[in-house]
Design a protein around this ligand. Sequence first.
Ligand SMILES: C[S@@+](CC[C@H](N)C(=O)[O-])C[C@H]1O[C@@H](n2cnc3c(N)ncnc32)[C@H](O)[C@@H]1O
Length: 228
Amino acid sequence: MAELFDGYDKSYGAVVQSSINFSGLPHDFFMSAKAAVLRDLVASRLGDSDKHAALDVGCGVGTFHPFMRGMFRRLCGTDVSVASITQARQNNPDSEYEVYDGKVLPYAGGTFDLATAICVMHHVPLQERLGLLSEIRRVVRPGGLVCIIEHNPFNPLTRVAVMRCEFDRDAVLLRAAQSRRLMTAVGLRDIGTRYFLLLPWASPLTRRIESGVQHLPLGAQYVTCGLF
Ligand SMILES: C[S@@+](CC[C@H](N)C(=O)[O-])C[C@H]1O[C@@H](n2cnc3c(N)ncnc32)[C@H](O)[C@@H]1O
């Protein structure tokens, strides 16, 4: 079945950039911030990340993967969009990609130390979200970490970006509390949320300020994670 994102395999980066141009920031700024948050979380929850195998579910054309380069022992990506996976393979020959049939993730149970779904859930119909998360949990080893990174619906600038993004017409944003409920329902534990991307600068001072208010729903995005 043709997927929405099959039509964006060549233009994904440009479409995202045009939706955030009003902020005056490049897409890379947002990607770097996500990578920094992920690196922190993995270090605090799992220890040295370069020993770990990671799976990025809904990885699209792999735009985020250069920002994860060297972070993990093994980096895999999967997506329901065949055209996106073809493009991801070209973009990042050092990562491993598989097409996902939307039902069963193409990996054995317990394969990964970490699994992420980055800006994916808001494209998944409500009634299918639990099934997807349950599949993600299946491929993570006991003690491994599952992270959902999502747009924060309480941030007005995030709302503007989503409104301007042509492939977000189907998007139904989810609050962090909804992500936490999904994680509880699939049996994850020690579930927590951190909001980030509040300030438009990348500096140690900015990071300290953002970290001080990470529990308030202010930042443009949030990460919710839980251990299996
Ligand atoms: C907004 S893009 C995000 C891509 C990438 N994670 C990133 O942050 O650059 C959403 C991606 O989720 C994928 N997707 C949508 N529904 C999915 C599902 N049920 N399972 C896996 N991927 C899905 C789409 O094909 C698309 O590539």
